[in-house]
Write a protein that binds this ligand. Sequence first.
Ligand SMILES: [Zn+2]
Length: 479
Amino acid sequence: MTSPILHLANTNVIDPTQVDPPRDLYIQDGKIIAPPADNQPTQTIDLTGHTILPGGIDMHTHLVTPAMAALRTLQEHVIPDIVCNQLIGTPTWLRDQYLKLGITTAIDAAIMPGDAPAAKLGLRELEPLNTGFLLLLSHHADLLAMINAGHMVAASQLAIKLFHNAGAMGIKLVNPGSMQTMDGPAVDVLDIDQTVQDMQATPRQVLTFFLDISDKLNLAHPVHIHLPQLGTPDSSPTTCQWLDAMSGRRAHIAHLQYHCYTYDEDWYLRSDVERVLKHLHANPQITADVGLTSFGPAYGMTADLALHDRLVELFGDEVGPTLRFQWEGRTSFGLQPLDRDPANLGYAMQWATGLELILLVDNLNQLSLSIDYPNGGAIASYPQLIRCLMDKSYRDAILDQAHPAATQATQLKRITRQLSFDEILQLTRISPAHALGLKNKGNLHVGSDADWVIYPDSILKTGDFSQSPTRVMINGQFL
Ligand SMILES: [Zn+2]
């Protein structure tokens, strides 16, 4: 017996990867198929007045790490007052947040090998959202010990075994080359060729080791790297050094916005987006997600303990309790509630610099939209950030209310570019699918997964993703 064929008729198919998208789509067994020659569709739905888009992809988020589970426990049982309910909820709440925004795929960007079995179970709670996760290997104690001892063959065998056992879709590195220890402050990598703390291998050697592992595993998503010096006022030289260190090899940089800062001659904080973009443009095989931030509540949730130490130093207990988690013999995650006030210099700069990065890049192919939830704010903040990219007067009105540094020390006010609807689809569908190596997602080609969202045609004029889609289909099933 042949499987049923669903026919969506007279619809406005929006897919910038096709020159002349069809007006009719056919679905069978969860895939888009060519118009059937003799097989009559089992069901036809007339979608006159409606627009179909590929489902959105959030390629760097945090869904089921133990730190998220801890936040949920705090919210439910311990100290509900300090957990912001716009930010943290049950897995099904999280799933619904994504579906409301037309996002049908979300990737958890950091799961430790020991947490992988629980993460896989946790992700099932988010079904039918398509999910996956990246395996955080830069902190693994045994692996680091082998690399330090120069036992590279054994280290390579262990890394490959950990990867296969976990069932991840890619490898994540956080501040590679810095040891993450329980005792004493964590230390950031300053130079890619200088060893840090007790490490015997340089950060470049650690990076090269993992780039080789990714090649051996033939991963569609290249090594996904959280660079050193995140959020520091002099991060950009390090960022440029690391971009060039890939030497033509594929890599993905996490939340690039936080790595684009410098000082001017008077030691004032400045955005250094132009310089970072020069190095990104010179390395077209590298992709990045942006790590936009919104104003309002967020959680600094990170496996970068040097960063966490800086957050603790800056904010202490003023904004809420600081939590640190230990797994597999070493500290692995820190958690810090944040409240991004537009009047705060640092927060205003982060908001403006992220937008600047997108609006100045030569090729949007290299960038994906991300907020690194919950670090950049609530999932529900995506529509407002998209509007900032599409509407200069709207973003300027917010800029005018923010700390003056956001105007003086970034180029945002001078940028006139407003992204088109197709360019938003590039940032939220095409680029993340390309970076993740998901050929069957982010587009509406024959053979691709039937993951899409349907809106009234007015979405094309308004670009307003705060309105929920009329219908959502994932893997060929309407929700
Ligand atoms: Zn992250």
